[in-house]
Design a protein around this ligand. Sequence first.
Ligand code: UD1
Ligand code: CA
Length: 423
Amino acid sequence: MKDIVGIILAAGEGTRMKSAHPKVLHKVGGKPMLEYMLELLRRLEINRCIVVVGHKAEKVKEILKKSSAGKVKTVRQPKLLGSADAVWQAKDSFSNFKGSVLVVYGDTPLISEQSLKKLVRFHKMNQVSCTILTAILKNPTGFGRVLRGEDNRIVRIVEEQDADTYEKAIGEINVGAYCFRAKELFSVLEQIKPDNVKKEYYLTDAIGALSKKRAKIGSVYVGAQEEAFGINSRHDLSRASTVINKRNIERLASGGVTVMDPATTFIYGDIEAGRDTIIYPHTVIEGRVKIGKGCQIGPFARLRSGTVLEDDVQLGNFVEIVRSRVGSGSKIKHHSYIGDTTIGKAVNVGCGTITANYDGKNKNPIFIGDGAFIGVGTILIAPVKIGKKAITGAGSVVTKNKNVPAGATVAGVPARILKKRAR
Ligand code: UD1
Ligand code: CA
């Protein structure tokens, strides 16, 4: 979308988190909360986007560089004077821009793509100066309340600290996503004064100022109440992670995956899973993980980022896998750690097998060929290759670079070849 640019506010300190780290970098559902907004704007094809940084700006910039959402520009808010002042920092980049600006906060990771799309669509279709995203909550405590006048028109937003008893009773709240006409936004920001309890320049006062000028203000509702949820404390962090987990589980279930016990299953990250896969209780899946069709996972399994399971893989209890690929039909049923390993098809990995992938400095790879049989309690010291259909005896320690030829049997500590011929 060329006629719309984005501003993400991420300068705030987040005092209520009681943390040495900037608030927007705290993880929700396995990734920094700021990532959610970056990804949303990317999905809306808003390619020009500015992140306003301030508190611990260098740390935030570092994470932005690594972000999978691509390149973004940052501007620094020198003093944290409030959300209006934060938006003002993007003025030089956008004030001559003729289109609209979508302003969002870095601490509202639950807003859905559909709601933001609805907001942008409404703003484009109707001749309004600003459109805001609102929600009606049973408990609106802590949020800015939306005040409406005659004809239901939005008059202003009042923050919790500045609200009187009547205003506090209003259930409609400001979620914290706005579409403004760029020119009108920057002209109205100039008039905002910090005359409120917190002595901050409030972005929400831009709504009141526009309304006073008889400018039209539109609004759309979020799809679900939970989207409104802003992260201000550690309690909020865990509640939001629960929502993300629930969404991931529902998405997998809709695609034909059985999650036996959603209450004890944690799925955080960008997970794909094929039909007829069953995930047993107490399983944790995090990061980027791809699971094929017909797999059985858990109970008590942990799949970390970079795991790829082909079809019909069986993983049992206390199996941890990271940065590894497991070929179709392979089984790792009990008590194993598999890291930086490529496992072929129809491999049996015995109980208690450990890959020693880290030598204290580097992580090294391990390869296990198709049809191999890894005996119980085998330790594989990387880098090493186990050939196709090779066998390791129970308790063997296969030392680094002592590759096992295809079809050979090895055993002992260190493992030595017992039989060379193929099975
Ligand atoms: C804000 C809204 C409130 C809304 C709520 C939704 C204002 C004044 N109020 O309140 O109406 O219901 O979000 O969650 O905007 N920030 C900066 N620089 C600053 C101050 C804040 O970048 O100087 C950023 C913060 O990093 C944060 C966002 O602006 O991402 C909102 O600030 P916060 O202090 O969390 O506002 P709330 O009190 O939650
Ligand atoms: Ca907030």
